[in-house]
Design a protein around this ligand. Structure first.
Ligand SMILES: NC(=O)c1ccc[n+]([C@@H]2O[C@H](COP(=O)([O-])OP(=O)(O)OC[C@H]3O[C@@H](n4cnc5c(N)ncnc54)[C@H](O)[C@@H]3O)[C@@H](O)[C@H]2O)c1
Length: 256
């Protein structure tokens, strides 16, 4: 019998930054679609990852919490090894970990620029490389990079963020082209403004809401779950012909 569309039954997922926001919603959505989930959190945020593991277990799924800072590139291979040792396979990597520093470009310090690039671009590449080594051996795999609408358009106060996410969108294409022959698909998802635990206060402010109503065609920001479904689709066999794509989930922000 064929599986329902978007089923991830039997797949093993590794997601970085899975303890909050989009990562948390994605870990849970993928588990609900049948995947076994390994999620990483920064040292010091392990409690959040453990909460997600418990929620997935309550729903009858299987999950594993791991600690990782993607700037600490020497630890990345070890995390991938732990996933394979625990679950016996690795089918999907979601590079979700990300950070941003909002500052006028003239005031942005070198170490701040480096920090954003280290997490959003280099970290994603190093994770893709570590997972990719295993996936190449297996002759199959799927990598999904969480980029941003700010990877395809510019915006003030976000020079490093826009550069890192623009780089991530084109890194996605480069890896897709290079690794297609190994049966590895590489795609990106580019969200608009998404409410999460740390930006909720700004998000709920009248000023921000009015700004979204004026400037975002659908008139509101996205919920993490609305990004997670795009990631589930790209991971599923329903997207077997999709690679090198940037799925923009932005309520029309970049269409203007
Ligand atoms: N929230 C938005 O408006 C929005 C819009 C577009 C894209 N994004 C992207 O979505 C992704 C998730 O963001 P979110 O909105 O869920 O925010 P979030 O702050 O809830 O999630 C970010 C995650 O990345 C992790 N992280 C940060 N630095 C890390 C590091 N050095 N090593 C490992 N993990 C690290 C955090 O611990 C957290 O789990 C990010 O890549 C972000 O750039 C967010």
């Amino acid at each position: 019998m064929s599986q329902p569309i978007f089923s991830l039954q039997g797949m093993v997922l590794l997601i970085t930054g899975g303890g909050s926001g989009i990562g948390r919603a994605t870990a849970k959505a993928m588990a609900a679609s049948g995947a076994k989930v390994a999620l990483t959190e920064l040292p010091g945020r392990g409690r959040l990852a453990e909460e997600v593991v418990a929620e997935i277990a309550q729903g009858g799924g299987e999950a594993l919490a791991l600690s990782m800072d993607v700037r600490d590139t020497l630890t990345i291979d070890n995390v991938v090894d732990q996933v394979i040792e625990h679950f016996g396979r690795l089918d999907v990597l979601v590079n979700n970990a990300g950070t941003q520093i909002l500052k006028p470009a003239l005031e942005l310090e070198e170490h701040e620029f480096d920090e954003v690039m280290a997490v959003n671009l280099k970290g994603a590449f190093m994770c893709a490389q570590a997972a990719g080594r295993f996936m190449v051996e297996e002759g199959r795999g799927c990598i999904i990079n969480v980029a941003s609408q700010h990877g395809v358009v510019g915006n003030k106060l976000r020079a490093a963020y826009c550069a890192s996410k623009g780089g991530l969108v084109n890194l996605t294409r480069a890896l897709a082209v290079e690794w297609a022959k190994y049966g590895i698909r590489v795609n990106a998802v580019s969200p608009t403004f998404v409410s999460n635990e740390s930006n909720q206060q700004i998000f709920d402010s009248l000023e921000f809401q009015e700004d979204l109503q004026r400037n975002l065609p659908l008139g509101r920001g996205a919920h993490p779950e609305e990004i997670a479904v795009g990631i589930v689709y790209l991971a599923s066999a329903s997207a077997n012909m999709v690679t090198g794509h940037n799925l923009i989930i932005d309520g029309g922000w970049t269409a203007r």
